[in-house]
Design a protein around this ligand. Structure first.
Ligand code: GLP
Length: 242
């Protein structure tokens, strides 16, 4: 389903949908598993979730979250880590139990990476899988950090970042050379196994790649194009791609 409207409207709609699902699960004493993204795109959504918590008493006590990715080599408290981003924009401002928050670590020794990534997958499975996944897109066509060439069967793993991705992050890190070269990311299979996906892309810079992802051929060269086969993805944009 494709919906075109402002990013604020999209963020409200998605936040309301998440809130309804959280409350429904609370009634039956069940939990909800959210897959979360970083970047500038989901910030208005996180602000709206915080507003629902502070102004409308929405509790996140029955929510588990799994983040898509993290840069390798960054400590959790590094100002550009996705850990820092998530605590700043969301987790420090809502009542989610700390033990319900999962973000891949950028600090795993190479020897233990494989076990660590398999453990991340297993924890998602043990909690019943991802109910609602939030996604943005990188200009390389990546979702999470699944860069071009990522197979549809891929699971959580260490990946090398595309030059476009590193160039886009250069200003955050004070130059291209300072941008980490690798990351841990949930795989394509992990993402595509989510029950429901909200894909968000706003602004002109995302228009061309979003069009390729949803109106072009389904190919590993544009990992986001595999979303065309997902059973319940809402494409939320502020531009027309049809
Ligand atoms: C990073 C993240 C992606 C995100 C992308 C877009 O690469 N790993 O998950 O979708 O940035 O970021 P922005 O929303 O800032 O354009």
């Amino acid at each position: 389903m494709i919906v075109v409207e402002s990013k604020e409207k999209h963020s409200q709609r998605i936040a309301n949908c998440i809130a309804e699902e959280i409350k429904l699960r609370q009634k039956f004493d069940q939990h909800l598993v959210l897959g979360l993204a970083t970047g500038s795109t989901p910030i208005p959504l996180y602000n709206e979730l915080v507003r629902l918590h502070t102004e409308e008493n929405l509790s996140f006590r029955n929510v588990y979250t799994f983040n898509l990715d993290e840069y390798c080599g960054l400590e959790d408290n590094h100002p550009k880590s996705y850990h820092d981003f998530m605590y700043f924009h969301l987790f420090n401002r809502i009542d989610i139990p700390r033990e319900n928050i999962f973000i891949p670590s950028g600090q795993i020794e190479p020897l233990f990476e494989r076990d660590y990534c398999e453990g991340y997958e297993q924890t998602i499975k043990d909690l019943g899988g991802i109910d609602i996944q939030i996604l943005g897109i990188g200009r390389s066509g990546h979702i999470g950090f699944n860069e071009p060439g990522s197979s549809v069967d891929s699971i959580t793993r260490k990946v090398k970042l595309h030059d476009i991705t590193r160039r886009d992050a250069a200003s955050d890190f004070g130059g291209f050379d300072n941008v980490p070269t690798h990351a841990i990311t949930m795989g394509m299979n992990t993402i595509l196994s989510a029950n429901r996906i909200f894909f968000m892309a706003f602004g002109e810079a995302k228009q061309e790649i979003t069009k390729r992802a949803f109106c072009g051929e389904i190919t590993d060269d544009v990992p986001a194009s595999h979303l065309q086969r997902h059973k319940k993805t809402t494409i939320c944009t502020d531009f027309d791609i049809t």
